[in-house]
Design a protein around this ligand. Sequence first.
Ligand code: FAD
Length: 383
Amino acid sequence: MDAEVLIAGGGPVGLYLAAALLQEGVTVKVFEQRQAPILHTRAIGIHPPALQALAGVQVASSMVHEGVRIRAGMAVSGGKTVGTMVFDRVSRDFPFVLALPQFRTEQLLEERVLALDPGAIARGARVTGVADDGGKVTAAVEAGPGATSPSGGVTGALLVAADGARSTLRERLGIPVVRRTYPDHYLMGDFEDGTEYGDKAVLFLEPGGIVESFPLPGGVRRWVVRLDSPAKAAAGPGDLAQLVHRRTGIRPDPATNSMLSAFSVRSCTAQRTIAGRAVLLGDAAHEISPIGGQGMNLGWLGARDLAPLICAALAGKPMGPQFREFERNRRRAANVARRQAEINMMLGRPLPQPLLRFRVAGIGLAAAIPPVNRWAAARFTMQ
Ligand SMILES: Cc1cc2nc3c(=O)[nH]c(=O)nc-3n(C[C@H](O)[C@H](O)[C@H](O)COP(=O)(O)OP(=O)(O)OC[C@H]3O[C@@H](n4cnc5c(N)ncnc54)[C@H](O)[C@@H]3O)c2cc1C
């Protein structure tokens, strides 16, 4: 065999799994279709259970060192603070949500994988097919220009498809999915932080819809504005700054914009995650709305649970029931995260002023009751 475990997709989840397996002495080959990483901030929120898992592959301390520790989140409406949620009791080791751009997270994970095995990642290599003969799995790999491994068949004992929300391997494995679409669209961008919110996350509950705002390393702040319809293709930093200003009174400086992206929300859950010698992981198994920042975290927690099962199976232990339990548990976790994201999106939808006042008062009341506040903080941080 070329490696015991083949991983299709070198995103955050595939890289995390590779590090976890390499640490246990398992041979791994990661195939990543992109020649170079994309420098997009994308996922930024990393919750305490995921930080604990990342500590297990020895990258949490570098991430915490570089990221912003968000220790509290505020709800603001009409210029007034409605409530504050503090994360100091959500975890002993990581009493915060860490904000770090996804590309930096991926770089740190990649460095860890390469420190464990410099030849473990093949870039510019796309997995186009999978054949399972019951005893081994063969991945068809198509090498692009400048690829670090040749085209051809690569064999392993197991293939993990961590190839993202648009997983083509899921389709090739014949795994059905349940998709949901939502009436929620967003425009988001990163700007120099001219506010006085520091390391706090702020949710602005306004009649036109929610505006979310998160600190990022380097004095940057992300702004996310909810829209009723998809943002215009030509929308630029000035449009986003204007929307933020109209709803919150704060005007990010368009000249300092470093990332702009529009997205519409959907979710997609694979009906199975195991097919013979192949396992779906991360967004390939469950795409969750980004609102609430759970998708990447959910993928890591799945990888954390999968790694010991793979090690035991490779050591010759019969692991059928454990893999089935893993599948059930991950589907349950994905459903919990999806529902949480649906609540988050619902709370951000526009409302006429009298109804908004009612909603805001409810949020303020809940935030003022300490056990409710602590429960909400635990739910928000995926615990
Ligand atoms: C705007 C936005 C904000 C978000 N914010 C957060 C957040 O704050 N917190 C959070 O937890 N989540 C967040 N998410 C979700 C998070 O980005 C995803 O859940 C996460 O990237 C999933 O990781 P993954 O490794 O499963 O898939 P991906 O990140 O999609 O990685 C898959 C990789 O596989 C590669 N690939 C695909 N097909 C093949 C193939 N056939 N062969 C080889 N390689 C292949 C791709 O090039 C890619 O690098 C956000 C998402 C968006 C869009």
